[in-house]
Structures are given as C-alpha cells and as structure tokens.
Design a protein around this ligand. Structure first.
Ligand code: EPU
Length: 438
C-alpha cells in the first residue's frame, strides 16, 4: 500500500457504536473482481465500450486512472457508467506508480499482450494475504508463444505472434484464468484452459468478451475453450453484482440479529454462503434478484473450509469467522486458498473473541458478546470483518487502516447507516481540529 502522508484519506478511521440490529434494504454494487478484469479487457476492442455498474471503489478507480495514462479516452457518463475508447492507446507500459496497491494490475499483461503483442507491467501490489505468485499466468503466456522476462523489476512479455495452446493450471487460479483468456481472445487458433477457475467473475469476463465478438465456451466449468478471433468490437455491458459485498451484508445482518433485504444480487452466486448461514440457524429467503436474511438468536457453531468456487469463498472467511466468534459452540475454520488469511484473528481477540490459529486452521470458541476496541484492517476482507465485529460489539470500535476497505466496498458508511448502524468515517485531522477549537 502507498505510504501514509499528511492530510491523506489513509488517516481516516471508521467509528462504530455497536449493538444496533440491522434492518431495511440495501442495494449491492457491481463486482470488484469482475470490474478489474473487464476494464483492462476493453483494451482488446477496436472501438469504444460502455461499461455499466462499475463500482466506485479505489481498486477500480486505480485501474481507470491506469487506462487513462495508457492513452484510453474515458468519460464518466453517469454514476457507475463509463465510456472507454481504447483506440488511442499506444503505450504498453504500466509503471510501478500505476500498478501500486492493485493486485489486478497483472491483468494488463494479458490484455496488452493480446492487443499489442507486448507488455511491460510492474509487479502487482494488493492485499497481504500470503504469497501471490504469477507463475501460472506466465506458464499460460509462454504456452501461447510469448517470451516473459523480468527486467529492472518489471514483468516484460513479448510475442511475434500468439497461437492457440493447451494449458493445465497446476493450481486453480482466478488471475491466471483471466490473464490467459485475455491473451488468447485474439490469438490464432484454439486455446484450452484446463483446471480453470469457475468464479462468477470468470463467467462475467467471458460474457463481456463474447459480447465484443470473442468465441469463448465453457466459462463457469473447469475447461474453458477460447477460439481466437481477429477483431473484437466495442460493446455495451453491465457488470454482475458483487458476490462478496452481498455476502458481507448477509453476515452483518445475521450477526446483528437483524432483518435485511439485500437487493441486486444473483442468489445462485451466494449459494455456499447461504448454505453456511443456514447451518448456523440463520433464515435466508431467496428471491429473483434479492435475498432476505433474518436472525433473532445467537448463531450456532459451524465448520467452514474455503475453496475455489463453487466452494465457500476465501474472501468471506474473515467475515464469517466473526459471526462464529459469537456463536453458541466451537467451530473450525480452515483456509484452503491463501497461506496467510488469519491476521485479523488477533484484532478480534482484542475485542474479546476466543480464536486459536494453528497454520491454516482457526478454532473459534464462541463468546456471548464482543467489546468495542481500537483495531485495524489488515487487508480488505479483514477490514470488513472488523466492521461486522464493531456492529456486534458493546461500546465503540475504532477501525484504522481503512484504505484497505475503500478498495472493495462502495458507499459503505451510507449503506450500513441506511440499515440503522451507527457508523461514521472520521478523519484524524477532524479530531485534531476539534481539539484545537475546544
Ligand atoms: N497461485 C499460484 N500461482 C499463480 C497464481 C496463483 O500458486 O500463478 C496460488 C495463490 O498463491 C493462491 C491460489 O493460487 O494460493 C489462488 O490464487 P488466485 O490466482 O486465484 O488469486 P488472485 O487471482 O490473485 C483473486 C481475487 C482475490 C481472491 C482470489 C481467490 C481478484 C482481483 N482477486 O485473486 O480477491 O481472494 O482470487 O478467490 O480477482 C479480494 O477481493 O479480497 C481478494 C483478495
């Protein structure tokens, strides 16, 4: 993450007065992880694209800024809708400054390689949740015919021409699947990705590319076939709702013994979260594009293991563990995707939770309630967990390092406040000025 500097929003914190039951209706924004794949994919188009339901979050805004620096002509048509014309893009370099703080900068490798046959991209930043190698991305690019080197700390990929290939991913990787799809969409011939990731955002990217004229089959299964085409045209596309933002509000509703209608969601994408919530005794009713989550007692215990889609998402692990921290019993949570995703556990213990972490598992013995404390967001989803903990806790919780949370949750204060939460964003400078005034 960028260094904090005086006057920066990085010094803001969230202050939550807990104990309010969440009630009402909340509308979910466009999916972060689909947006950060679709925006660079626009580079492959021969004309302007109009993208709707783009979430206003810092990861996406960083990507839009990077596209502008590359030379794309971008206009915001209205809130969450952008017109992006990539035809003026001449540069294939994504500098360290452009890549900083966003993991998905690596998608510029696949997109630029696909449209210009070369790319020079600074290594991705992003949340610290374990080693984040890109060996499988590189394996895919090389199979397509590119030469990939590291030069002065930048990843450089070049190809005379790209040709269809078969790639078997050694680990199920969202990023590698996206990047290979981007590089292969305009390659010559058929590319087959085996052991591909099946997340909803992979399907969304495939639908977007197909709406530009690509020929991609099998997205959503573990074998994706991409028949390269010569041209991709501009298109209009609306990004799917954010499965993880929705899951976060579902868990927050359950944890506060609330009753919340969560709108603009695809219930099918939430199945694993719904199933686990039901296991703890939460009532989840599914509508066409909404889910209603109700709870009026302490949740029951439940074991969870995170896995690639359709398994329980790793990006919901910290939030769900927070719910289990006040459950009636002992639960085991096992992380099956990232090496280091329990750093939030220590913060929860500051609030009175009983969590013992041992390697990739955490044993959580439910306590009756949490107590407000000063905590920090270790990463994006850890930050979401701290918000939920603050909503449950007796007293006041202050959450620092919230720039992580800004990466993935649009209008968080407004949305939680509209459900009756007592949450505000406070700048340290406001506090200092207030003290000076008194
Ligand atoms: N991996 C490798 N080699 C690779 C790529 C991945 O070994 O070349 C390993 C990773 O170390 C990890 C596992 O494979 O253990 C899965 O990594 P993946 O590539 O699927 O993750 P990613 O593409 O870097 C995306 C999301 C993450 C989410 C993971 C898993 C985006 C921009 N990020 O990351 O989202 O946790 O998939 O679902 O799509 C978040 O939104 O908070 C977030 C971290």
């Amino acid at each position: 993450m960028p260094k904090k500097y005086q006057g920066s929003a990085d010094l803001d914190k969230f202050v939550v007065n807990g104990g309010k039951r969440l009630r009402g209706r909340v509308t979910i924004s466009g999916a972060k992880n689909a947006a950060v794949a679709i925006l660079p994919a626009v580079l492959l188009a021969d004309g302007p694209c109009i993208i709707e339901n783009v979430p206003d979050i810092s990861d996406v805004n960083a990507m839009i800024s990077a596209l502008k620096i590359l030379g794309a002509d971008i206009k915001q048509l209205k809130k969450n809708t952008f017109s992006i014309d990539p035809t003026g893009v001449k540069s294939y370099v994504v500098s360290k400054e452009m890549a900083q703080g966003m993991r998905a900068s690596s998608y510029f490798l696949g997109a630029l390689l696909g449209c210009m046959r070369r790319a020079k991209v600074a290594p991705p930043g992003g949340c610290e949740i374990g080693l984040r190698p890109i060996d499988q991305h590189i394996k895919g690019f090389e199979a397509l015919g590119a030469r990939v080197t590291i030069e002065q700390g930048m990843v450089v990929a070049k190809a005379e021409k790209l040709g269809g290939c078969s790639v078997y991913l050694d680990v199920v990787s969202v990023g590698a699947t996206v990047n290979i799809m981007l590089a292969a969409a305009k390659a010559r011939g058929m590319t087959i990705i085996e052991n591909a990731a099946r997340e909803p955002h992979i399907v969304d990217l495939a639908n977007f590319l197909n709406s530009m004229g690509a020929d991609i089959m099998g997205a959503g299964t573990s074998v994706i076939k991409i028949r390269g085409v010569q041209h991709l045209k501009g298109t209009n596309y609306s990004i799917i709702p954010d499965q993880i933002e929705a899951g976060t509000y579902m868990v927050a509703a359950a944890a506060t013994k609330g009753d919340v209608l969560i709108c603009n969601v695809t219930p099918k994408h939430l199945e694993s979260i719904t199933a686990k919530l039901r296991e703890t005794g939460v009532t989840v009713e599914e509508g066409d594009e909404c889910v209603r989550v109700r709870m009026d007692s302490r949740p029951g215990k439940c074991n969870v293991k995170t896995m690639p889609h359709p398994g329980f998402p790793t990006d919901m692990q910290p939030q769900f563990a927070t719910l289990l921290s006040i459950s009636n019993g002992t639960s085991i949570v096992t992380e099956g995707v990232w090496d280091s995703r329990f750093r939030y556990a220590e913060q929860l213990t500051f609030m009175g939770a009983d969590i013992q972490v041992d390697g990739k598992s955490a044993v959580i013995t439910g306590v009756k309630s949490l107590k407000g404390a000063s905590v920090k967001a270790n990463d994006l989803r850890a930050g979401a967990a701290m918000i939920i903990a603050g909503l449950i806790a007796d007293g006041t919780t202050e959450i620092e390092d919230i720039e992580y949370i800004d990466r993935g949750y649009e209008c968080l204060v407004e949305k939680f406040s509209s459900l009756g939460a007592d949450i505000k964003r406070v700048s340290d400078y406001d506090t200092i000025n207030q003290l000076k005034a008194n």
